[in-house]
Design a protein around this ligand. Structure first.
Ligand code: C2E
Ligand code: CA
Ligand code: CA
Length: 398
């Protein structure tokens, strides 16, 4: 074997045969030193893992599975905009395989080869050697290790920054979104991109989410005592929302910090609707009934559907920042945004434009009828103590 390092790969194996899953895991582990291996014995299980674990970078897929087969799964993962490598494993005829290869290319998947069953180690090597090494950028912002996350939770090193949100019509400051950071002994303040995905692989994310709720509500209380009356939005991971006690814990915190339920907004992503969302829906509906507001985050980032909007008790739709960051592209996407906006208004849902980076985009989102905006043009995420000075400055300019 060459000296290339493959141990950074996060693998998902999909096959309805347990013995194949075991065999492939062993080869990947022994020959390539890969330890992050997820397995799924059906297509729905695979989809759930892909939705919840955003850093899977190689998928080994059996074509012939009962119910939803590998070909249908290819279509589903292309809709998820999965960007990792795809390897097909199959015992079906060569002819079928080559048409599936064409299909994978049509879906713009990063298909790198097929392993014919019965599988053998040498074939694995031929496919895996096609994988490039992670780019510098990726390895620089590589995920933290589980122990680093546990240490941060134990040492209370989870910090919260707040990004202001304004109403476009009146330009008034209406709320903040709480965004977490980790204070790392060697790396300093670390962005959530480097630990949220990892934390979501276990219930560590529940600890982080609850720490953010607690800290941000304590900050909200201080602002309130200083005369600032704004809403607080907090991101809730689907894993936190799956906890049966989530609602009661939050209601208790609201009481503890004397915060009216209407001042809290929970931001969820469409992955809360993955597969079996009963507990998530129970929590969201109970909180909504008590007055807590709900926002659907990152709308438009994945394949968003009307049907989904109607399933959730929603107050806000946050249009994903990718719409607005590249202004030129935005113009081409205006019709998509317009459809979302008119749909939201029919459903009585307010819209928030995220990623507003300059005055042009601020003007554009006002014109197309978004209700609120958030982005670097208005403010970067700020420490709690800078919120009141920022508010004074903002009010003096508008
Ligand atoms: P998000 O919820 O979509 O948060 C918005 C992200 O966009 C933030 O990144 C924010 O700093 C960034 N942003 C805001 N305005 C602009 C802009 O004008 N241009 C650009 N390019 N970016 C802008 P951040 O803080 O790094 O957070 C990244 C993601 O991490 C969040 O995306 C959210 O999914 C997750 N996250 C952050 N805090 C929490 C948390 O407390 N719990 C959970 N579960 N996830 C969190
Ligand atoms: Ca958010
Ligand atoms: Ca977002």
């Amino acid at each position: 074997m060459s000296g290339k390092d493959y141990s950074w790969l996060n693998v998902l194996l999909v096959d309805d045969s347990i013995s194949i899953l075991t065999y492939v895991s062993e080869v990947l582990n022994k020959v390539f030193d890969i330890t992050n291996i997820f397995t799924a014995s059906s297509a729905p299980e695979a989809m759930q893992i892909l939705r919840q674990t955003h850093n899977i970078n190689i998928l080994f897929l059996d074509l012939n599975m009962p119910n939803v087969d590998g070909i249908q799964l290819l279509e589903q993962i292309s809709k998820l905009k999965y960007k990792g490598y795809v390897v097909i494993m199959s015992g079906v005829s060569i002819r079928i395989i080559s048409s599936v290869e064409l299909l994978a290319k049509k879906y713009e998947l990063n298909y790198i080869g097929t392993l014919l069953k019965p599988l053998n180690e040498a074939d694995f090597y031929n496919v895996i050697k096609k994988i490039g090494q992670p780019r510098n950028k990726q390895s620089k912002s590589e995920s933290l290790k589980t122990y680093e996350i546990i240490r941060a939770i134990r040492n209370d090193d989870i910090e919260v920054l707040y990004q202001p949100q304004v109403e476009l019509f009146s330009r008034s400051f209406i709320g903040v979104e709480a965004l977490c950071r980790m204070n790392h002994p060697r790396l300093g303040l670390v962005s959530p991109d480097r630990f949220i995905d990892k934390a979501e692989e276990s219930d560590l994310i529940v600890h982080i989410t609850m720490a953010v709720f607690k800290k941000s509500m304590a900050d909200w209380k201080k602002w309130h005592q200083m005369g600032l009356n704004i809403k607080l939005s907090v991101n809730a991971s689907p894993i936190a929302l799956q906890q049966p006690e989530f609602t009661d814990v939050l209601l208790h915190l609201l009481e503890q910090f004397e915060m009216p339920t209407e001042m809290l907004c929970i931001e969820v992503t469409e992955s809360v609707l993955a597969d079996n969302p009963i507990q998530e829906l129970v929590n969201l509906n109970r909180l909504h009934m008590k007055g807590v507001e709900i926002a659907l985050d990152d709308f438009g980032k994945e394949n968003s559907t009307v049907e989904r909007l109607q399933k959730l008790p929603l107050n806000y739709l946050k249009l994903d920042k990718s719409y607005f960051i590249d202004h030129k592209e935005t113009l081409g996407q205006l019709s998509i945004i317009n459809t979302s906006l008119s749909l939201a208004s029919k459903l009585n849902i307010k819209t928030v434009a995220e990623g507003v980076e300059n005055s042009e985009v601020m003007k554009l989102v006002t014109e197309i009828g978004c209700d609120y905006a958030q982005g670097y043009y208005i403010a970067r995420p700020l420490p709690a103590k800078e919120i009141i000075p920022w508010a004074k400055n903002w009010n003096s300019q508008t």
